[in-house]
Design a protein around this ligand. Sequence first.
Ligand SMILES: *[C@@H]1O[C@H](CO)[C@@H](O)[C@H](O)[C@H]1NC(C)=O
Ligand SMILES: *[C@@H]1O[C@H](CO)[C@@H](O)[C@H](O)[C@H]1NC(C)=O
Length: 359
Amino acid sequence: MWSSRRFTMASISGVLQATMTVVLILAGFIVLFLMYYKSSPSPKCYPRPAHPGQLKKPVLLLWFWPENKRFDFKDCKTLFNIDSCHLTDNRALYSTAREVLIFHKAIKDDLSNLPSSPRAKFQRWIWFNMDSPTNTRQIKGIEGLFNLTLSYRKDSDIQVRWKLGTEKASGDFVLPKKERSVCWIVESSELLNKSDDRFNYYRELEKHIKVDIFDSSSDELVNGENYFQTISSCKFYLSFEDSIHKDYITEKFNGPLAVGTVPIVLGPPRMNYEDFAPGNAFIHVNDFPDAAALAEFIQKLDGDNEAYMRYFDWRQFYTPRRHLTDQHQFALAICQACRHVALHRVYRVVKDVHKWFFE
Ligand SMILES: *[C@@H]1O[C@H](CO)[C@@H](O)[C@H](O)[C@H]1NC(C)=O
Ligand SMILES: *[C@@H]1O[C@H](CO)[C@@H](O)[C@H](O)[C@H]1NC(C)=O
């Protein structure tokens, strides 16, 4: 009996103990739940976005349309599969914009067309310039305004240029039909009275070899789709840059590469070109002592199909891509800025944008 009573007492305290444990665990859960519930945002303050995720994307405000070349921001998705920011040209969104993209050429000398309201702590301004230093004017007062740079230079925060695709080419390369030997698209008035490196070289070259000239200011054959057609109909194309600077290698080089024509380049040294394209894809004017020697080489190559075709060997490994023209001329730069700002959020100041760019 005693033992059974003791047994009963023990079993009662056991039940009590178990009950207490359950109650404590439940209380713990309730406290945790309350803590969670208190800290989670009230649904009233944050209505569900119409498109989930959209509100999370950083707003990138394009302050000026470069050279008035407007395009649909949705094209970033369709052309480059870039969809990581909320691109807008609506200046009313200035205060919420995390980044503001400012096209250098459009800035007025007195800076009066820059944003005038103070910028938020988190906001970064991006200096946007695709020209070379020779073609860029210095604007007093902009030196300390920017947080990021976007240009053709490899040491920019956001570097923009076409790179050759590296996937294996689909199918064998077929040389497009050629109707001309050496071609050049250039403004005819400049051809008449300009005398920088490229025109001086051209004047020497044309003494020894015929060059087909297309006037970039008037010729129908250089607009839109015709531009690629025209270059493609030539065996060689004069990819002469208008000024010579490291990394300043433009669409003048990309155009012929993309359409199956051999570029003859004048610009930074060969090594710099080889940062962007295989060395056997182009002819550099510096490979020859003078224009006469280059002309002789081109003439030989013109008559030797096997040697000429070797300039396309690289196509087994690389797929070139056309650059965008006309209204989409700046689309790649703008879309890349969008991609960059969504991925990189460091605090940064460009101390003196002029010093960096012009030295
Ligand atoms: C260059 O030549 C063109 C002729 O095609 C002429 O109209 C123009 O005024 C010239 N420009 C200069 C700066 O001499
Ligand atoms: C951006 O640059 C400005 C001016 O140099 C500077 O005052 C600001 O703190 C920078 N902001 C960020 C987010 O990097």
